[in-house]
Ligand binder design. Structure first.
Ligand code: GTP
Ligand code: MG
Length: 213
């Protein structure tokens, strides 16, 4: 005979599209995703070609499950024109710079501007200053990036994909900002996705490749 379900068995399940962007290659976008999704790190990672798609599910408290559908874009200049396909219907974005490369913050700022102009109007944007383990070679002061993030209305974290510092915190902070109030309660055992994204614009076909929605 099966055990009775606990009284808190009702659970909310929602999935959201998240895009990682940076104006530069090698700031650690793929490494952040690898740390978040598999809790691994590679010292020698191949540069991303086009974009990569991964998913990760996290629990918020006892009763809410969030599935992130993650588009990890390529930072190399030649792929720049593809980015709008990935951010246009995203619910959230992580714009990454490398704390040891001052120019990478300037490029991150231009992505933030573009997202604020062109992406879903409710998009949640986080700024991540990666490679925190290399703070001895730091070129971007925390206070400078933090002040910019506050002014631009962004979540802000300094992270290290290498050590894992602040990586879960970054994605959890985004999850807690997502609009869960519209998501219906579901019984545990039927975790069917509820995509509550507002398709502000029609998604280009390529954006849905490999996507479960
Ligand atoms: P593109 O795909 O070309 O846009 O690059 P990316 O932003 O995805 O960078 P990727 O994750 O491939 O990392 C580039 C290099 O930086 C790799 O050699 C990583 O091992 C290294 N790296 C990434 N994150 C960190 C970090 O937090 N600390 C240190 N020390 N190295 C890192
Ligand atoms: Mg990459």
């Amino acid at each position: 005979m099966s055990a009775p379900r606990p009284s808190n068995a009702a659970t909310r399940f929602a999935q959201f599209k998240l895009v990682l962007l940076a104006g530069e290659s090698a700031v650690g976008k793929s490494s952040l995703v690898l740390r978040f999704v598999k809790d691994q790190f590679d010292d020698y990672r191949e540069s991303t070609i086009g974009a990569a798609f991964l998913t990760q599910t996290i629990a918020l408290g006892d009763s809410t499950t969030i599935k992130f559908e993650i588009w990890d874009t390529a930072g190399q200049e030649r792929y720049k024109s593809l980015a709008p396909m990935y951010y246009r219907n995203a619910n959230c974005a992580v714009v990454v710079y490398d704390i040891t490369q001052a120019a990478s913050l300037d490029k991150a700022k231009s992505w933030v501007k573009e997202l604020q102009r062109q992406a879903n109007e409710n998009i949640i944007i986080a700024l991540a200053g990666n490679k925190l383990d290399l703070s001895a070679k730091r070129q971007v002061e925390t206070s400078v990036a933090e002040a910019y993030a506050r002014e631009a209305g962004l979540l802000f974290f300094e992270t290290s994909a290498k050590t894992g510092e602040n990586v879960t915190e970054l994605f959890t902070a985004i999850a807690t900002r997502l609009p869960l109030e519209n998501v219906s309660s579901r019984q545990r055992g039927t975790p069917k996705g509820v995509d509550i994204s507002r398709p502000a614009r029609r998604a280009p076909a390529a954006t849905n490749n490999g996507c479960t929605c």
